[in-house]
Design a protein around this ligand. Sequence first.
Ligand SMILES: Cc1ncc(COP(=O)(O)O)c(C=O)c1O
Length: 399
Amino acid sequence: MQNRQTNQIFNFDKFPNFEKDIDLKQRAWIEVKGKAIEANVRQLRTKLNKNCQFMAVVKADGYGHDAKVVSDYAIRGGASQLGVATLKEGIKLRSSGVKKPILILGNLYTKRDLIMCFKNDLMPTISSIRECFICNNIGKQFGLKFSLHLKVDTGMSRLGFEGNKFIQQYEKIKSFDNISIEGIYSHLSSADEENELDPKSITQLQRMKFNELLKQINLDRNNEIKIHLANSAGMLLNKDFHFHMVRVGLSMYGYSPLAKIEKNLLLKPALFLKVKVAFIRNIDSGVSVSYGGKFVSSRKTKLAVLSIGYADGVPRNLSGKINVLHKNKLYPQVGSITMDQMMVDITGSNEIKVGSTMVLLGSDGDKTISPLEWAKKSNTIPWEILCSFKNRLPRVQVD
Ligand SMILES: Cc1ncc(COP(=O)(O)O)c(C=O)c1O
């Protein structure tokens, strides 16, 4: 082979073929503890009545954890259904061998997408009579019933039939021969806000509206149709929100969306964000660090350069606000977080070396750094932190 820069001829056969076996932990990576997911599902299920089903919400690649790993362990913990956002996510999960019912929580509105949904044994969320007609025609074409969930809007103003229209159109929908209504559901907009147990709160009003709609359509108690309303926060509020199934994301991954939570509910974070130290340098007092010179050392400082940045999904607005863990000790991140790297003040540490592993999220020893902390400091929500991690970070399953 010829080197393109120098035109020298190389025989690469003499070099070991490391590319064949790329080290996933070479730079920065996410460790996923499947057993934590399994334990969380088991624990959360103890809050449900015996017949109440648990849908594991694994959209956005399992909140950034790896949807297949999360699904497998959630099923081991007792999840009986899975929820994804898109057709592509559903097809990927089906083709990876997952057998449980999968509901697409986003909206499919073209015949083409609904055919793909049907062929891949996925259930769509239906929010209009027009979509019911399409599904019924598809069912007819294949001589089968198309299984789907109907969604009603109770205050989120996103997907779902309008309440009054739903009551008017339900009889018509029931009369379609090639549709099988597997579920009727709605979604809570504010259950993670405080004071949602107040009878006048948005969440309680949504629950009442949902109950009223169900009453109006005279759902037979013995009906097989699954009624569901609660996300993690709704589920943790109380049993009035449980109905036949709960759809749980955040708390299954190990984080409570509620500020106040039962002391005996011990959720285990399943995600650990780790990084290698790529370089170490010593700077004098008065030296600026990173873009914009926002940080200037006030003493002789030892810096570790970590191989992770905002292109990996660490929010840049956390610059100078977070700590990084190494063997039970916290070290402050300093200067602007750059696209691929960030600096940490490790002054006083003789243990941290080039090639050492540091922890950005998760625990090392007794200390833990949570995405909830990052979310607060970054003025966002933990869901966004988890979903922001890019594919450049390999997901490594550890158990
Ligand atoms: C329709 C629906 N149900 C359930 C969930 C799960 O929510 P959480 O992660 O708060 O449990 C989501 C997540 O956004 C959702 O969109």
